[in-house]
Write a protein that binds this ligand. Structure first.
Ligand code: PHE
Length: 352
């Protein structure tokens, strides 16, 4: 029995020392120390041996087992370290190799860029940016903006209604956010509201969905002159330092007085005539280009948010709404508004 143990010990030691991988080492561990291994069987059978053999055989078997265990542990350490080294060498990143070919990163849509530009200009004047829902209640889109039920001006806007909910519609302008903003915040308030609006309309200068930028300023003592000065600053930032603005009387239910605002043409410097003597095609010889609608906020509108502190006897203000596509078309000579939404990258890439 003792000889047998010694044979196992020598054979196992030889194998373990020669093992060249951790997988091979694991096989040897199972073979020599596993549940079915010879040495394990010997240890298990000690009780059946004649009493005088139990001590020496048990001692030798246990000693052999411990020795082999220690040897395996040392070999495992050595092999693991060697395997890790080999892997590190094999996986080494060659930092001198050329990188992956650059991928095109894309860019903002011209409408987004124009929106951000107008926001930046207005933030520079002290305004904050707010946004609101495109699916709107009749109340905010019309009623609270001084379009009583049955008012003919409701028919002026080609509204998309939600069929199953006659009080719900796609907002036809960003003006409903005037009311929503004033409901959440008392005066003074200086905000701009960019967003999508919807009307049943489609041609070279109209799309069923387009973008507006609303402006709202309410404080003590604001006048039409403040509106004109604000729009002059905005127009110069958008269209050039030498631009002028003019206000023409107009009608909106929620402003009184209401105006349409023109900016002096930046192609013919407001003369209506081009350098070659021909008529300016951009302003059609007028020298002025219409850019937006505006006016002083009607006291009736403030009446809908009176409990928030909008007392028309104490605060006044102005509002304006401009079409973002129109600004982009003018600034970049885009002839047809529908091109913005065709998703033709050849067109959009020009404005990267
Ligand atoms: N909401 C108006 C429109 O879409 C524009 C406007 C905004 C006019 C604010 C006056 C004041 O036509």
């Amino acid at each position: 029995m003792l000889e047998q143990i010694e044979k196992i010990r020598v054979e196992a030691t030889e194998g373990i020392v020669k093992a060249s991988s951790s997988a091979e080492l694991e096989e040897l561990r199972v073979k020599f120390l596993g549940r079915k291994a010879e040495l394990t069987q010997i240890l298990r059978g000690i009780a059946q041996l004649p009493p005088e053999e139990r001590g020496p055989v048990g001692g030798a078997a246990n000693k052999g087992r411990k020795e082999l265990e220690a040897l395996i542990a040392r070999s495992a350490e050595r092999l693991d370290a060697a395997e890790l080294d080999a892997k590190l060498v094999a996986d080494r990143v060659d930092v001198t190799m050329p990188g992956a070919p650059p991928r095109p990163v894309g860019h903002q849509h011209l409408i987004t860029r124009t929106t951000r530009l107008i926001e930046d200009i207005m933030v520079g004047l002290g305004y904050e940016v707010a946004e609101g829902p495109e699916i709107e209640h009749d109340y905010y889109n019309f009623t609270a903006l001084n379009h009583p039920v049955g008012h003919p001006a409701r028919q002026l806007q080609d509204t998309f209604y939600v069929q199953s909910h006659p009080d719900v519609l796609l907002r036809t302008h960003t003006s409903p956010m005037q009311i929503r903003a004033m409901e959440t915040q008392g005066p003074p308030i200086f905000i701009v509201i960019p967003g999508k609006v919807y009307r049943r309309d489609s041609d070279a200068t109209h799309s069923p969905m387009f973008h507006q930028m609303e402006g709202l300023a309410i404080a003590e003592g604001l006048t039409l002159a403040d509106l004109q000065g604000t729009l002059l600053a905005m127009s110069r930032a958008l269209f050039g330092d030498t631009r002028e603005v003019r206000l023409r009387p107009h009608y909106f239910p929620f402003t009184e007085p209401s105006v349409e605002v023109d900016v002096s043409c930046f192609q013919c410097e407001g003369t209506g005539v081009l350098a070659d003597g021909g008529r300016c095609n951009l302003c059609k010889g007028q020298g002025w280009i219409e850019i937006l609608g505006a006016g002083m906020v009607d006291p009736n509108v403030l009446g809908f948010v009176a409990e928030k502190g909008y007392d028309p006897e104490r605060v006044q203000g102005f509002a304006f709404g401009l079409g973002i596509e129109r600004v982009a078309m003018l600034r970049h000579s885009v002839p047809d508004l529908r091109r913005f939404f065709d998703n033709d990258v050849r067109m959009l890439e020009q404005f990267a």
